[in-house]
Each structure stands twice: as C-alpha cells, then as structure tokens.
Design a protein around this ligand. Structure first.
Ligand SMILES: NC(=O)c1ccc[n+]([C@@H]2O[C@H](COP(=O)([O-])OP(=O)(O)OC[C@H]3O[C@@H](n4cnc5c(N)ncnc54)[C@H](O)[C@@H]3O)[C@@H](O)[C@H]2O)c1
Length: 408
C-alpha cells in the first residue's frame, strides 16, 4: 500500500493557501506542470518525494465562503489564477472544502480582528486554551481517520501575527504547559496553539509565516519528545531571496557594502495586515537579519514595507545598494523585483510538505535545517547565504541517496 499523506493548512482559504490548492489539483489533473517546483530535478529526485497529486488536503480558516469563491476572487482581482481553471477544478476544490473547518485562535491583535471580524474572533477564542488545542487535535485525528492517512503535515499559512514577547514561560515545556493550564491568553498567539496541537500529535509542522509565536523553544522541546520535524519561519520568496543570493557576491568580490536600502510595496490581505505597525514589526524583524550574517558586518540598512491596495499580490521591491571598491571608489547597484507573491510561494509550500514527509519517514525530529533556503528566518540555522543553504539541501539529498532513497 503506498503511504497516504495529508497536508492540513491553517489559513486554508487565504491567498497563498488557495493558490497552493488550485496548483496542486491542477497538477493532479494534468492541467499544470511540475517544472516550477524546485525539487523536481536532480539531485532531489533521490529523496523520492511523494507525488503532489497524492497529497490529501484539509485545514481550517476563520474566513467563510468556499475555495472556489476564494480562487475566483484571486482570478478577478489579481489575475494570477485562470478563472476557467478554478471552475474546471470545482469538484476537487469543493471536496477539499469539506475538510476545512473553523479555526481557533488567541490574542489576535487588532489587524487580524479587523480583517476577520469581532464576532469571529470572539467565537475562535472560546473556551480555554487547552480546549482550543484539543479542538485542533480532534480535527487532525478526524482528518487522519476520514482519509486513512499515514501522516499529516500541518502548515501555517495564516495571517501574520504581531510578534510575541518571549520570556521564561516559553523556554521550557513545563513552563509552557503551566501557562496553558492557567489559560494565560496574553502569553500565546493562535500560531502557538496550532503548533502545539500538531506537534503533540507527533505531526510535522511548517511555519511559512513570520509569526514568531509558532515555534518558541518549548515547542521545539515538545517536537523533540514527540519525534516531530519542524520547518520555518517566513517563506523566502521575493526581496530577501534576491538579497541573500546577491550579498555573497559583494562579500566574495571584496566589495564593501556601505548601505542597503530596501522598499517594498504590496496590496491584498497580507499587505493590509502588514499595514498595522504591530504586525509589520514581525515581518521587518524577519527580513532585516540576513545581511549582517552574510557580510560579516552590519552596513547601514533599512527595510520599508508599505500597503498599496491597487497592487494586490504583485509585490514590488526597490533595493538601492551603495558599495565601495578598490581605492575607495564608490558605486551603486539597484534592482526592482516585481513578483507575484503567491505564485512564488505556492511551489515552496508543496515542496516543504513533501520534505517534511521525508524527514518524518527518516525518523528526524526538530528543526529541518536543510530547508533553510526556503525561509527568511531558518529555525535552528544561522546560515542566510542562499547558495550555502542550497548546498545544505543538496548534501541532505546526497546523504538520503547514499542511505538508499528517503528511507533511513
Ligand atoms: N510569498 C508569499 O505569499 C509569502 C511569503 C512569505 C510569507 N508569507 C506569509 O504567509 C501568510 C499567508 O499569506 P496570504 O497572502 O495567503 O495571506 P491571506 O491574508 O490571504 O490569508 C491568511 C488567511 O489566514 C486566515 N487566518 C487568520 N487567522 C487565523 C486563525 N487563527 N486560524 C485560521 N485561519 C486564520 C485568514 O482568515 C486568511 O484567510 C502570511 O503570514 C504571509 O506573511 C507569504
């Protein structure tokens, strides 16, 4: 019997999740090719990744409506999905809808509350923290039972939360358990509850968002105990991808970067959430750390992110790099990146689901360091240089191949 793997998406009717689901089902129906999935080529074929078409999808959201509606909205507003394709996949998407439940949450912050509505937030915050975790665990168990799954990868694709200030209560599992027992609402956010539920059931967890509450040290401790692989945080799909590919060039040509200014403008729901200063700080923290790590010194730098509604998902970044060469001569490089966010991110989500499955099959637990190239803030890994991160992934594939495919 081939293994049956599920992917349970938190924020399943969001822009990125909907694009991922339409893409996966389009591949399954022979309506889209695999060529833009980074791992569909050697040496990664040695990993024996499960076919995209075989992944069973479910999840939860606070947003009402159907996946077809969400897909048609993206098609109309953003034009990154073909409305005829969404329509042709109607049966598949409706079947996935049946496996999308209502989400839970905690300590949402004002931007997410404004996005989803006060009533929805209040309903998602009942009853205690423990009971909310139990609700997610029960949903995961039911998903496994309904589809006779061997494993489920839980992927956080929900709205960016304001950062959670961490203290000793988040640094050990015993302390985290105690705060959950007393339902200490201000000390958690929704993503922490989802991560706890996934990992406590021994399922792999992927945090594609910048929300830092998802993977606090106590969650890593729980993951080590339950044998759950973890990957994150914050998908590296646009400006930071270019930055971490370019910065090594300046370093390796002994060109000293004097300043690196980056300005991002974006629309859609993600942009609206990030237009709130609370939530924005989570993203800027995540985007701003790579330069010093790659260059070995901290140049003057700035990351700006502004909400421009009409751009929708077409995120635009302008980066201005001022640098110094031989004899102190000063020069400039500028680039403009115009990327469709969800189109860039969806193939990474599909590959991460498959990598998490491989890691679990190989008996790995805790941070999946070999996935660093997928993230702006790789968990358990200080390497930000994109080329070095890709070398780590290739080394992982080579080791898997030497061990006889993806089975350790
Ligand atoms: N290139 C990319 O698209 C990219 C790259 C890096 C990170 N991300 C991150 O991925 C996330 C999703 O991006 P998006 O563009 O799809 O955003 P989106 O706003 O379209 O979707 C987010 C979804 O999460 C839902 N949600 C919010 N709180 C929830 C909760 N507690 N439980 C269940 N559902 C909840 C919302 O209702 C919404 O449907 C964001 O955090 C974004 O920063 C995206």
């Amino acid at each position: 019997m081939p293994r049956r793997i599920g992917a349970w998406l938190v924020g399943a009717r969001g822009g990125l999740a909907t694009t991922t689901l339409v893409g996966a089902r389009a591949i399954a129906r022979g309506r889209a090719s695999l060529e833009h999935l980074p791992l569909e080529r050697p040496p990664y074929t040695a990993l024996q990744l499960m076919p995209v078409a075989d992944i069973v999808f479910g999840g939860c959201d606070l947003r009402q409506g159907s996946l077809v509606e969400a897909g048609l909205e993206i098609a109309a507003v953003n034009r990154s999905l073909d409305p005829r394709l969404v329509d042709d996949l109607r049966d598949d998407l409706t079947a996935i809808d049946a496996d999308i439940g209502t989400g839970i949450g905690a300590n949402f912050g004002r931007a997410i509350e404004a996005l989803v509505g006060r009533d929805v937030v209040v309903a998602a915050m009942r009853p205690t923290l423990r009971e909310r975790i139990a609700t997610v665990e029960a949903a995961l168990d039911a998903f496994v039972a309904r589809h006779r799954l061997d494993d489920v990868v839980v992927v956080n694709l929900a709205s960016t939360e304001p950062p959670l200030e961490l203290d000793d209560d988040h640094r050990s599992l015993a302390r985290l358990d105690a705060l959950l027992d007393r339902s200490d609402e201000p000390k958690v956010r929704s993503s922490l509850l989802y991560a706890y539920a996934a990992v406590s059931r021994g399922h792999p967890f992927v945090n594609f968002t910048p929300s830092n509450a998802a993977v606090v040290p106590a969650i890593l401790e729980l993951a080590a105990r339950r044998g759950a692989p973890i990957a994150g945080s914050d998908g590296k799909t646009g400006e930071t991808l270019v930055k971490t590919a370019l910065a090594p060039m300046f370093r390796d040509r002994a060109l000293r970067v004097l300043s690196w200014q980056g300005y991002n403008i974006l629309g859609d729901r993600d942009g609206r959430i990030l237009s709130d200063s609370e939530n924005l700080s989570a993203k800027v923290r995540s985007k701003d750390q790579s330069l010093a790590s790659i260059l070995g010194y901290r140049p003057h730098s700035h990351v700006g992110i502004d909400f421009v509604p009409s751009l929708d998902d077409l995120k635009t970044a302008w980066d201005h790099i001022h640098f110094e060469g031989f004899l102190g001569h000063r020069m400039t490089m500028q680039f403009i990146w115009q990327g469709c966010d969800s189109i860039l991110a969806a193939p990474l989500v599909l590959d991460l689901i498959r990598l998490a499955d491989v890691a679990h099959r190989r008996g790995e637990a805790g941070p999946m360091r070999h996935t660093a190239s997928f993230f702006k803030s790789p968990i358990g890994c200080d390497q930000h240089d994109f080329h070095a991160q890709i070398a780590m992934l290739q080394a992982y594939a080579a080791a898997a191949s030497a061990a006889g495919g993806s089975r350790a």
